[in-house]
Design a protein around this ligand. Structure first.
Ligand code: PEP
Ligand code: MG
Length: 322
């Protein structure tokens, strides 16, 4: 039966009682965005811009960046009403997340002792504000050129002040502003982050790494870098609840969104969108289409109450059925 659902599910994301769930793609460039646009997604929830520049020794000009970003935005341009309900597609562009596991030669500081805890993501803008300003100019120009609904978010945000400064730079260019929740401090203050931004997007890969103090690249720590860890789920639940209270979207764009069982629990916590590698969308969409809002709420409770990841998976499987 599950295989049949997988074969027939065509999107858009919906529970069996009609609750809409935005299913979005994680992309790296124009080519991956065009490939994703052929599938059952309603947009891009994470465009990892740094992946376009990993091999560059010099910062691309604003014009070159505009061309690259336009290539992604074009793939999800506005569509006419009545052509299948995809009229409100959007693309979330993430500003440069350079540093740590993704060094970018022209942006990253050399010789940091502890790069995962160092000057990475939005923190780079503190020492080099022009870098972010030029990128935002390019994103705004690409949004203007393509007419695509464009949201912009910053990675590695730790304080409300950072979120406020970023949001004012983005709002100054007429775009929707959000921040990623990847640091536990941001999850704990999600309600205050939402006073200054339009949306949040939880990066469970880094949120897990920082909540569990376990390097996401360390294979021998995989038991800790597991988003089913109850402490991680608690941080996600706090963030989702803040979104409900504020009436603003809170998505998940880390690997956790691609796990069909966990996806149900995330929706039960109040998460409004799930962004993932395009190859994962069908399995997640088909699973969501087989459950109700109440099933998801029970799955969330079961996962949060479990003592460890294995118990959480078993409890959710018990609630939702195999
Ligand atoms: C994350 O940290 O979960 C995330 C989506 O960002 P990245 O994997 O690019 O660090
Ligand atoms: Mg991250």
């Amino acid at each position: 039966e599950a295989r049949e659902a997988l074969a027939t599910w065509e999107g858009p994301g919906r529970l069996n009682d009609g609750l809409a769930v935005k299913l979005l793609a994680n992309v790296a460039d124009g080519e991956s965005a065009r490939a994703a646009a052929g599938g059952p997604v309603e947009g891009v929830g994470l465009f990892r811009t740094e992946l376009c520049f990993l091999n560059r020794s010099e910062e691309p000009t604003v014009d070159e960046q505009t061309d690259i970003y336009s290539g992604v935005l074009e793939a999800f341009g506005r569509t006419e009403p009545g052509d299948g309900g995809a009229g409100d597609r959007y693309v979330v562009v993430r500003t440069l997340d350079a540093g740590s596991d993704k060094p970018v030669a022209y942006a990253t500081l050399p010789g940091e002792e502890n790069p995962a805890l160092g000057v990475r993501g939005l923190r780079l803008a503190l020492g080099n504000p022009g870098l972010m300003e030029r990128q935002l100019d390019a994103v705004a120009a690409a949004a203007e050129r393509t007419g695509t609904e464009t949201w912009v978010m910053a990675p590695m945000v730790a304080t409300v002040a950072e979120a406020r400064d970023f949001a004012s730079a983005v709002h100054g260019r007429g775009l929707r502003a959000g921040v990623m929740v990847e640091v536990p401090s941001a999850a704990l203050l999600a309600h205050r982050m939402l006073e200054v931004v339009d949306f949040l997007s939880i990066g469970t890969n880094d949120l897990t790494q920082y909540a569990m103090a376990a390097d996401r690249m360390a294979t021998d720590l995989a038991h800790l870098t597991d988003p089913w860890q109850p402490a991680v789920l608690q941080l996600i639940a706090i963030t989702a609840e803040a979104g409900i209270q504020a009436g603003k979207p809170v998505g998940v764009c880390g690997e956790a969104a691609a796990d069909p069982l966990l996806a149900c629990a995330l929706i039960g916590m109040g998460i409004t969108s799930l962004s993932m590698a395009p190859a994962a969308v069908r399995a997640v969409g088909a699973r969501l289409a087989s459950v109700s809002s109440q099933d998801c709420e029970e799955a969330a409770e079961a996962a949060l109450a479990a003592s460890d990841p294995a118990a959480g998976r078993a409890a959710v499987l018990e609630v939702l059925g195999g």
